[in-house]
Design a protein around this ligand. Sequence first.
Ligand SMILES: *Cc1c(COP(=O)(O)O)cnc(C)c1O
Length: 248
Amino acid sequence: MNAGHAPAFDGGHAVNPPLVRASTVLFDNVAQQREMRARRGGERLFTYGARGTPTTFALEDAVSELEGGHRTRLFPTGLAAIGMSLLAYLKPGDHVLMSDSVYQPTRHLARSFLAPYGIRCTFFNADGSDAASLMEPATRLVYAEAPGSLVYEMCDLPRLAEMAHARGALLAADNTWGSGCQYRPLALGADISIMAATKYLSGHSDVMMGTVCTTQAAWQPLAERSDAFGMTVSPDDAWLVMRGLRTL
Ligand SMILES: *Cc1c(COP(=O)(O)O)cnc(C)c1O
């Protein structure tokens, strides 16, 4: 029965993207469904609610523009965005070098989950002064937070990026305080920028969300891991964050 199914939505010309909720998406025929499913690993396609809807795609694009990155994924909280980033770029046996200024739950995640899972973590001074001396052959990720929690320590991000890349590691930064408005880690050499949209992006203390924006080169592991874990957000929440973003 087809009655009640929405026609394909093209976004129209509304200034603020309308709210679109969806789980199952219909295709014209089985061949088209198979083709879309085959392509969706590499392209952003509207094939199932968990893979995003036109509403979440619009917020992803806004964050990518704000951060100056390739693409963005949305997460139910800022902390979930951090956790998924760590899981996307690290595996047991790896080492992560983390700023001492990280948001406390990030440190808790490193100690309570990463360590027992076989991913070692050490902390560098928030100004980055001892980071080079703490790099190890197994260091796959350098994780900064600048401005840092809670007293806004800054580090030399371009220098950390150079150091990480010279040793075959990636640089991630929690950009919650910088918000993409004040500070753009990707423009300073980072590969991955994470924000708790819960804070400045939403701006109204009524929604939880996290974002991860990456360079093109760093994108695939994040996309694959997020899909594997079924990470998604409510389009209603994405709509609220987009509304908050307009007055960032
Ligand atoms: C609040 C915050 C987070 C986590 O965001 P939630 O949406 O509360 O999970 C991460 N990093 C920083 C710097 C924060 O201030």
